[in-house]
Structures are given as structure tokens and as C-alpha cells.
Design a binder for this molecule. Structure first.
Ligand code: CMC
Length: 428
């Protein structure tokens, strides 16, 4: 039996097909709405009820706290696979065979060197520049150094764009970090794995030997896997919509980096830490900040709490809470900010305001405190999120192109002035 939805406007009925997803979620297909009704559109600011595409990459159920990539549960992926394996799965659709994985890893490593001329660009930034701004600019600048990949018109172009991006993006991120710290720009060491390399490039300084901590690497690997994709969130939708104009993968991802920067999206992990530090400076009175978050006359919100989709719990937060505990135990962390975070979580979870609105700690609540324990300054937190999210942006961009999706171009309901006469200066 085919499912359909009937819309009645001014006594006239219109029929629309209802599509069913793998997990039985339903969507009314309104593709023909404007043409059959003579121009009527739907209004849905924030796209709270609008599916922008059909996708095979990620399934999440906000009520049940489920997150899966290509059918695999996030809990299993974080336990059994590494970041690049999950990246391959998300981008190409299947877990790689050993041979495919080795080739993928080698091709990425071959791209880890940056053109020395890139340094001219980074030299132009002031030291106070936010690393997210530097990262977005340098990612866009990859088009200048790889002009043959500005138009991605074949499978080969796409593959080459993928390995260039995965190879160079963490180096750009590390350079953005070095710029703000005033430390020398490091190069990748191709004898290390992807995550080890990130740690070394970020923290190695010429005067001391860098000692890799395997527990820190494991925590970062898990954290990066947890961030790889999250279906049609703000930055991913940005990447898809930028790419739908046939803009290159590099600039589409650069647009995604910019969208991620905001504090209601990826910037939340920085905002969490800033909030915790504010609470600490203010004497550590957690209850006062809980009261502020509940006060409708106060714009303050509890950063790291709540999620547009997860209205029960964030499965990523559950996994990362455990990694955070292991890491802090290993590092012997005695950070007063961490103690405030734990206290805040405890009080908020018992509070009726948060329970009623289903506001739980999200992944950013814990990721911020892990980054801090690993030694990243707060401005780098969202950059780390961007490294993690890169495979998702790439996979979603690819899917959009493979599905031959039309250029993204929403409609609007115009509510401004009707036609009026122009006024000369003296009349205004
Ligand atoms: N602190 C206090 N009250 C909150 C919070 C919060 N963090 N989040 C939501 N509320 C209240 C909100 O005031 C509203 O109350 P009422 O019904 O009385 O008007 C109710 O809860 C529903 O909020 P909403 O703004 O309609 O929910 P949303 O789905 O539009 O927003 C959100 C989701 C993540 C933007 C929001 O919860 C928020 O601002 N959280 C803090 C920022 C944050 O942690 N962002 C990271 C999100 S996870 C990373 C990612 O995937 O990007």
C-alpha cells in the first residue's frame, strides 16, 4: 500500500507521496508542491521539520540515543576501528579491506607535505588570529595550490581531493596552532599514525623530545571518531549546499569550517570551557549559574547542555565520558575546572528545569575538558572538532554529487514593504 499525505488549501486537496526510510521514519515528499499549487511553499525556519536530502551515511535517533554510520553502531566503531578506517567507511560506504586501508593510508601520507609558499599566507596572519579563521582560509587556499582539483569532474579527481584534504588538513590545523603560540611550524612524521601525528605536530617543540602518551592518543582517536559525522547538522548542510553549486571540495569544506565555528555548533566546546573558567573565577558557585540558565530574563545558557536532535541522551557523550575518566586517571589530573564540570553535571541532571526540557550533557561538554587535559588552548577546541568532522563533510559532499542533487536554493516568504515610491534625500 502506497502511503500518501493530503493537503487541503481553500477546499482544494493535493496529494503527496510519503517516503519511508530504512528505520521506518516517514517523510512527505513535497517536491511538486509549488508546481501543483501554483506557488505555495512551506515555511520552516531552522529546518526543524525539513529533510534536505536522502542519505545513506548516518542514522541517528534522538529519542533513543542511537548513532550509526553506514549501519555500524558508534559504540562498536569507537571500540574496534580507528579514525581513518571510520573515515573510509563514511566516505566510500564500506569498511576498507586491509589492502584498501593500507593504500588509503599511504596516499594520505604522501600528501602530508605542504607547499612552502603556504607559509607566506600564514605569515600574513597576526598572532592574535583565531585558529578557526586561519584554518578556514588555508583550507580555501588549497585550491590555489591544487588548481587541477578546482573542478572535481571524475572519480579520480574526487579521490585525489580526498587524500589531499585528509593529508594536509591536520597540518594546516597544527600550523594554525603554532601561529597563535609563536612556535615553529612542524611537519608530519610519516612513520606515525594519523592521530599520533596530530599530537606530535601540535605539541613538539625543537628544544625537547616529544613523548607520546598512548592513553592520550587513544582518547583523542575515540573523540575524533565520535565527531566524524552527524548527518545534516549546520556545518554539513553548509558543505552540501556550497558543493551543490559545483564548488570544489576544498572550498566547500572551508565553508563548513566557518559554519562549525559558531558557539551554538562546534564552538560550543570552547564556550563550555570559558563558562567553566568563569564559574571558577566567580568562586565556583555552580548553583548560581544553574539559576541563571533557568532565568528567562538572562540570556545565559548552560553551554554543553541540550541538543537539537538528542532529546534523551547523546550517545557520544556517554562514550566520551568514559574516555575522559580513563584519561584523567592516567594523567592524575587534579583540575579544579574538571571538578566544577562534574558538580555542574550532577546538579543539572537532578534539576527539574533540565529534566523537563530533556537537556542532557552533549559531546561538547566532555570534549572541551579532554582537550584541556591534553594541553590544547581553548581556541583550538573547535579546530580539533573540524579535524574530526572532516570525513563526514567529505562523505556528505560526495553523496550530494553522486545523487546529482540540484543546487541548494531555499525559498522565502517575503514580509517587507510592498512597492513604494523612491524618496529623495530631503524627503527621508
Ligand atoms: N541552557 C538552558 N536552557 C536551555 C538550554 C541550555 N543549554 N538549551 C535549551 N534550553 C531551553 C530553552 O530556553 C527552551 O526553553 P523554553 O521551552 O522554556 O523556551 C528549551 O530548552 C528548548 O530549547 P531550544 O533552544 O528550542 O532547543 P533547540 O533544539 O533549538 O537548541 C541547542 C538546541 C543545542 C542550540 C541548545 O540546547 C543550546 O543552545 N545549547 C547550548 C549550546 C551547546 O551546547 N551547543 C552544542 C550542541 S552539540 C554540538 C553540535 O552537534 O553542534
Amino acid at each position: 500500500m502506497s502511503e500518501k499525505a493530503i493537503l487541503e488549501i481553500d477546499g482544494k486537496k493535493y496529494e503527496f507521496p510519503v517516503k519511508r526510510g530504512t528505520e521506518n521514519e516517514l517523510a512527505i515528499d513535497i517536491n511538486t508542491l509549488r508546481s501543483v499549487t501554483g506557488g505555495i511553499i512551506t515555511l520552516d525556519s531552522g529546518f526543524k521539520n525539513t529533510g534536505s536530502c536522502e542519505s545513506e551515511i548516518t542514522f541517528l535517533d534522538g529519542e533513543k540515543g542511537i548513532l550509526r554510520h553506514r549501519g555500524y553502531a558508534i559504540e562498536e566503531l569507537t571500540k574496534k576501528a580507528c579514525f581513518l578506517e571510520v573515515a573510509y567507511l563514511i566516505i566510500f560506504g564500506e569498511l576498507p579491506t586491509k589492502k584498501e586501508f593500507e593504500k588509503f593510508g599511504m596516499d594520505i601520507k604522501k600528501q602530508s607535505l605542504l607547499d612552502e609558499e603556504m607559509k607566506n599566507i600564514i605569515d600574513g596572519f597576526p598572532k592574535v588570529a583565531h585558529p578557526m579563521g586561519i584554518l578556514a582560509s588555508l583550507t580555501s587556499a588549497l585550491t590555489a595550490f591544487n588548481p587541477e582539483l578546482v573542478n572535481v569532474s571524475s572519480t579520480e579527481d574526487f579521490y585525489n581531493s580526498v587524500v589531499v584534504l585528509l593529508g594536509k588538513f591536520p597540518v594546516l590545523a597544527a600550523w594554525a596552532h603554532s601561529k597563535t603560540q609563536g612556535t615553529p611550524l612542524n611537519y608530519a612524521d610519516n612513520s606515525l599514525n594519523y592521530i599520533e601525528n596530530i599530537m606530535q605536530m601540535m605539541f613538539e617543540i625543537p628544544t625537547e623530545e616529544y613523548k607520546m602518551n598512548p592513553i592520550a592518543v587513544k582518547a583523542l582517536d575515540e573523540l575524533m571518531i565520535l565527531h566524524e559525522d552527524h548527518e545534516q547538522n549546520c556545518s554539513t548542510s553548509t558543505v552540501r549546499i556550497a558543493g551543490s553549486s559545483e564548488a570544489s571540495l576544498f572550498v566547500s569544506v572551508s565553508a563548513g569550517v566557518s559554519a562549525l565555528w559558531g558557539r551554538l555548533h562546534g564552538g560550543a566546546n570552547q564556550a563550555v570551557l570559558e563558562m567553566l573558567e568563569d564559574i571558577q573565577k566567580d568562586g565556583g558557585d555552580v548553583e548560581k549559574y544553574i539559576a541563571r540558565a533557568k532565568d528567562k530574563n538572562d540570556p545565559f545558557r548552560l553551554m554543553g547542555f541540550g541538543h537539537r536532535v538528542y532529546k534523551n541522551f547523546d550517545p557520544r557523550a556517554r562514550i566520551i565520558k568514559k574516555a575522559a575518566d580513563d584519561l584523567f586517571e592516567d594523567l592524575g589530573t587534579n583540575d579544579p575546572v574538571l571538578a566544577i564540570a562534574k558538580h555542574l553535571e550532577e546538579v543539572a541532571l537532578k534539576d527539574e528545569y533540565f529534566a523537563k526540557r530533556k537537556l542532557y550533557p552533549n559531546v561538547d561538554f566532555y570534549s572541551g575538558i579532554i582537550y584541556r587535559a591534553l594541553g590544547f588552548p581553548v581556541e583550538m577546541f573547535t579546530v580539533m572538532f573540524a579535524i574530526g568532522r572532516l570525513p563526514g563533510w567529505i562523505g556528505q559532499w560526495r553523496e550530494m554529487r553522486l545523487n546529482k542533487e540540484p543546487i541548494g536554493r531555499p525559498r522565502q516568504l517575503y514580509t517587507g514593504y510592498a512597492l513604494r515610491d523612491f524618496k529623495e534625500f530631503g524627503e527621508r
